[in-house]
Structures are given as C-alpha cells and as structure tokens.
Design a protein around this ligand. Structure first.
Ligand SMILES: Nc1ncnc2c1ncn2[C@@H]1O[C@H](COP(=O)(O)OP(=O)(O)OP(=O)(O)O)[C@@H](O)[C@H]1O
Ligand SMILES: [Mg+2]
Length: 244
C-alpha cells in the first residue's frame, strides 16, 4: 500500500517550472530515496508535500486522503515530519528546549511558561540518548557542531511521532563515522514501522538504505524502481552524465 502519492505535481516559480508533472509513490514501511541532479526539483517536491508551498497543479495524497495545499501544521498533524535547517531563533534555545518545541502537544507555549511537562522532557531525553547527544541536552543548540546539529534535527523530527519522515540530505557534509550512525538510526526507526522519503546525493547511502528509488530530472520523474534497476537505467545515466 502506498502511504504517500504525488500525482502530476507541478510548480511554477514565475516563468520557471520547478516541478513538471512529477508522479511517484512511497510504500508504507519503506525507505524510499529521491535522487536527481541539482535543480531537479527534489526540495520543491518536499516543500509541496509538507505544505510550505502550494503546487501550481497536481495532487498530494497521504494515507488515502488528499492533503494538497494544506497548511504545514495540518500536514504535520496528519503524520508527516521533515527536517529543516535550524533557525537562528531555535539556536538560542538549549538542545532539550529545541526538542520540546517540536512536540505537537506541548510545544512553544509550555516552554515559554517554563513548565515543560515531565513527559515531554522524558521523551526528548530518550531521543537524545538514541541519537547519542544526551550529554549536550543543556547546551545552547547554536554551539553544536554541524554533525551534532544534524543529529539534533533527526531527533527532533521524532518528537512528533510521525508516520512519514522526509529527510533532505541527511548525510550532507557529515564525516563517514557520523554518516554510519545516521544510517543506523534511520534503519532503527524504520524497523518500528516509520516510513522514510530521503533526498540523498551519496549513492552508497541510497543503495544501502532504500528499497525504492525515485529519479527526478527537470521537475519530472524519470523512473521509480529498485536501487539495482535504476543503476542500470539508460535514462538515469543520461540525466546524470548530461547526455540527454
Ligand atoms: N522559491 C523559489 N523561487 C524560485 N525558484 C525556485 C525556488 N525554489 C526552487 N527554485 C528553482 O526550482 C528548481 C528546482 O529546485 P530544487 O531546489 O527543488 O532542486 P533540488 O533537486 O532540490 O536541487 P539540489 O540537489 O541542488 O538541492 C531550480 O531551478 C531552483 O532554482
Ligand atoms: Mg534540494
């Protein structure tokens, strides 16, 4: 069963067509990779799915329900979480506070009231232990290294207990040891039944993690198939080598 489907997703920015009829699906329980050359439309697809921007046309269906053009908080409540760049505002908060503001039930209000519920704190600490940065709980997030921020970002999307997690280049710019940790944690979470859609440029990561690969180029989906099959696909090779 498909947990997420896009149908003919199209997005125009002025005269530029960033998405041009992209149709793909993410099977329930899978780790699906979304790949393609720079500018292919991967992040724009994420933005349309998560409600950050509204598609010009086309549909997004999550768990059988149409979520096209819904506000981000509605999409989040339905069970989709995604990683974002950590903002400067959140950077002033501690690591633990960053986690708690992600919580759908408590969030910012309880934090501003200095009454973070024990349950939220416990859940946040468990997740920080899980990704290996529990010792940094009381550090200001802005003092974390790049890799530690990646781990915090991953832990914080788990606070909402999503059914689908969309990660935009989780392994981008991290060292091999940390990349290994991140991949292991993704697998651990996937094993509990959470579905993943991952944009990743590192082909080793894509091949090792995913069961299905969506290849985009020029705003459209060239092919969706198994990792082995897409590696041998002529259209995919052309897209990457620029021959087409
Ligand atoms: N907000 C925007 N306004 C105008 N053009 C945009 C906007 N966002 C994306 N684009 C353009 O849309 C196209 C697709 O961009 P997108 O960021 O989705 O690509 P991508 O596949 O994520 O690339 P990368 O691998 O480099 O991250 C690009 O030509 C980009 O310049
Ligand atoms: Mg991108």
């Amino acid at each position: 069963m498909a947990l997420l489907e896009t149908h003919d997703l199209t997005k125009d920015f002025g005269g530029l067509r960033a998405l041009d009829g992209a149709t793909f699906s993410v099977e329930q329980g899978s780790i699906t990779a979304l790949i393609g050359p720079n500018g292919a439309g991967k992040t724009t697809a994420f933005n349309c799915i998560s409600g950050i921007i509204k598609p010009t046309s086309g549909r997004v269906v999550f768990d059988g329900r149409d979520v096209t053009g819904k506000e981000p908080h509605v999409v989040t409540r339905r069970g989709i979480a995604r990683t974002f760049q950590i903002t400067r505002e959140l950077g002033e908060l501690t690591v633990l506070e960053n986690m708690v503001v992600q919580s759908p039930t408590e969030g910012l209000w309880s934090m501003l009231g200095r009454s973070i519920l024990a349950r939220e704190r416990r859940r946040a600490m468990e997740l920080l232990v899980f990704v290996g940065i529990a010792k940094l709980a009381d550090e200001q997030a802005k003092h974390l290294s790049y890799g530690q921020k990646k781990l915090l970002e991953f832990a914080s999307v788990l606070m909402a207990e999503p059914r689908l997690i969309m990660l935009d280049e989780p392994g981008g710019g991290v060292n091999p040891a940390l990349l290994d940790t991140i991949m292991t944690r993704i697998r651990d979470v996937n094993r509990t039944g959470v579905t993943f859609l991952i944009v990743e440029h590192n082909m080793d990561v894509v091949m090792q993690l995913s069961q299905s690969v969506v290849v985009m180029a020029h705003g459209d989906v060239l092919v969706q198939d198994t990792p082995d099959a897409v590696q041998l696909d002529d259209a995919v090779l052309d897209a990457y080598l620029g021959k087409a």
